[in-house]
Design a protein. Structure first.
Lengths: 316, 346
């Protein structure tokens, strides 16, 4: 979050681009994928542990390629450490890959300076997992939601825009004077979504947007997200470890493991007939009320995971 | 899981023999209050040997406070009332002195916490931490036996190369491995009651399945009672036979898992089950929700705690609803329960 704020601020202070008023998604022709990722790799080097040898290398991404069409709802599923967040950070231009290319609406994101990424900041916005740590506790909601407009030096009536955004996410516009701590978790996540939508982006990246929320509120936020994607014809990239959430929201899904995409396809197909052993393990491990009522116990879930692991070991 | 008595050495044999047949845990009218608010009110429950009971609730509903009150681990600013009796313990756990509680905790009752990194001591090798709980309660003869038993316990919870793991520090293990170590510590003295507080919330879904399996097998092998706390209905349904639903510090409904999930009576349970079932949507293709959000402490309505979010609420709900049901284990507290046919009772 802070990286991004700092970069938008510093960009806006230095450059004012002539095409700023025309969002790139209107320029881009139909048919160009909203997000195009080609053979992306990212290596991190661990701190060295010896004076004579360099630190060990962590391969966070190993050759990831994917395309998200305009208007698509794309899900990325995987366990912690599989590289989901690294991928999102590179898509958002917050990090540079070791190799490979990323293009958003036909324009390259990788290999460019921060200053030339204005089109990306206008077109692609992020919603983070924990709304408490991604909202500045010292800023009023009004300023939080207007921050992208200020940072990008977008004109217009900011107060009216903030009120419009707050009602779009289901909050009373009167709450604009309050601070983040005065809201519940679900309401904070709504504020976070309102902020992301402020510069009218065409693409929304959501990193585990509901995993920090209570069950009763999770459904509310997912409904809001779904409505907004429809209303504003957004392209949505949703990262989650919860297969149920991805299945409900997304039309297409990619399953990641160890920095690679192991399976991708229409959501229903991937869930109902997973082909990769890892996806099978993932699907088998999810406890659901339906499975529990039909007598499936923890032992059965664990057996499914072990079976799929054995199959993966046999394949390797 | 191999026979637990091989690995850990059983405690005082009278523990498992006295009052056979009675409930292992019997909680009556348990309450927790701070200086300003009542946080948990009138919680009653009983768990027998070998029974697996779930406690469901959203954050702030009082489920963790209930568990801490049972263990006598409440912060000093909070006060417990009511009664908590544990089979094998001579004292009432509410109001017992620290000396008695220290003898009970880790021997008769133990707990698996949500975040294993904070539950383990970062400066101690994990094998030592497993051995410690047996040495403290003198359930093994000496240090060497304790160390051997610790390695056997680590093997029991499915850790590969248990002897090597026993020499590791917590930061060298993954989240799932750490939670297995915490489980090994909790099971070391063959407790009569195991309390798990959101044990898999911090874990990935495949690891969660394996840990849930270990918890279930661990308590089954010891014929121990399990109190399983979670906000995830699906997880509770997978592990438990019976559940209690908490909201706003009170138990609003209790009963067998199948009944609660398929034919809930309390309006909150109905909403919670609908909101958790992400596979189904209403006619417009939207997820079912409970309107509003969980109020903060002290902001719950008078009478029925759920009244301000309930579509069926009337002026009758300003009076606290009585418990309707045959016992504390099966029943609900609602003025306008969902009828068995799905409509509203008059």
């Amino acid at each position: 979050m802070w990286d991004m704020r700092a970069t938008t601020r510093c960009r806006a202070a230095v450059v004012s681009m002539p095409e700023a008023s025309t969002p790139a998604r209107q320029i881009a022709a139909d048919g160009i994928p909203a997000v195009d990722v080609v053979d992306l790799t990212k290596d991190y080097r661990r701190p060295r542990v010896s004076l004579t040898t360099p630190g060990p290398v962590v391969h966070a991404l190993r050759g990831v390629s994917l395309q998200v069409a305009q208007g698509q709802r794309f899900g990325i599923v995987g366990e912690s450490g599989c590289g989901k967040s690294t991928l999102l950070r590179i898509l958002a231009g917050l990090e540079q890959p070791s190799s490979g290319r990323v293009a958003v609406m036909g324009q390259a994101v990788t290999g460019r300076t921060e200053r030339s990424l204005r089109f990306l900041r206008e077109n692609l916005q992020l919603v983070f997992q924990d709304p408490m740590s991604s909202l500045d506790p010292r800023m009023r909601v009004r300023d939080i939601v207007a921050e992208p407009l200020v940072g990008l030096r977008l004109g217009g009536d900011h107060a009216a825009r903030v009120a419009e955004l707050l009602s779009a996410v289901g909050l009373d516009p009167d709450v604009a004077d309050r601070y983040p701590h005065q809201f519940s978790g679900g309401q904070r996540q709504r504020i976070s979504i309102a902020r992301a939508l402020a510069p009218s982006p065409g693409i929304l990246l959501a990193d585990e947007p509901v995993s920090a929320l209570d069950v009763s509120v999770r459904a509310q936020v997912l409904n809001v997200l779904s409505d907004l994607v429809d209303t504003y014809a957004l392209t949505l990239v949703l990262v989650s470890h919860d297969l149920g959430v991805v299945r409900h929201v997304c039309g297409r899904v990619a399953v990641m493991k160890g920095g690679q995409i192991v399976e991708t396809g229409p959501t229903a197909q991937v869930y109902d007939a997973p082909t990769h052993p890892y996806t099978q393990a993932l699907v088998a491990a999810v406890p659901t009320i339906g499975k529990a009522l039909s007598g499936e116990r923890a032992a059965d879930l664990a057996a499914g995971v072990r079976r799929a692991r054995d199959a993966a070991a046999g394949q390797a | 899981m191999s026979r637990p008595s091989d690995s850990a050495g059983s405690g005082d044999p009278t523990d498992s023999l006295d009052s056979v047949g009675g409930p292992v845990l019997s909680v009556e009218r348990l309450g927790v209050t701070s200086s300003r608010y009542s946080l948990v009110e009138n919680v009653s429950l009983q768990i027998g040997a070998g029974e697996r009971v779930g406690l469901i609730g959203e954050s702030g509903s009082g489920k963790t406070l209930t568990a801490l009150a049972i263990l006598g681990l409440l912060p000093e600013t909070l006060r417990a009332s009511g009664s908590v009796r544990l089979r094998g313990a001579d004292v009432d756990l509410v109001g017992a002195c620290e000396h008695d509680l220290a003898d009970i905790r880790g021997r008769l009752v133990s707990m698996v916490f949500q975040e294993p990194m904070t539950a383990l001591n970062p400066t101690m090798r994990v094998g030592r931490q497993v051995a410690e709980v047996m040495l403290v309660h003198e359930t093994v003869a000496g240090r060497q036996e304790a160390d051997a038993a610790a390695v056997a316990l680590l093997a029991d919870v499915g850790l590969p190369e248990p002897a090597a793991v026993a020499r590791a520090y917590p930061h060298q293990l993954s989240g799932g491995q750490r939670q297995r170590v915490v489980l090994a510590i909790a099971l070391a003295n063959n407790p009569a009651l195991l309390i798990c507080d959101e044990p898999t919330t911090a874990l990935d879904v495949t690891v969660q399945a394996l840990v849930l399996d270990l918890v279930t097998r661990g308590v089954t092998a010891r014929d121990a009672a399990l109190l399983f706390i979670s906000h995830d209905l699906a997880v509770v349904a997978t592990v438990c036979r019976r559940v209690l639903v908490m909201y706003g510090g009170v138990v609003v409904e209790a009963g067998p898992v199948e009944q609660i999930l398929t034919a809930p009576r309390h309006r909150y349970t109905e909403g919670l089950v609908a909101a958790s079932t992400i596979e189904t949507t209403d006619a417009q293709g939207r997820l079912r929700t409970i309107r509003g959000s969980v109020p903060g402490h002290g902001r719950y309505p008078v009478g029925c705690v759920f009244a301000n979010r309930c579509d069926a609420a009337t002026s009758a709900c300003e009076v606290e609803p009585p418990w309707v049901g045959e016992s504390v284990d099966v029943g609900y507290a609602c003025h306008h329960p969902v009828s068995s046919g799905g409509g509203v009772d008059a």
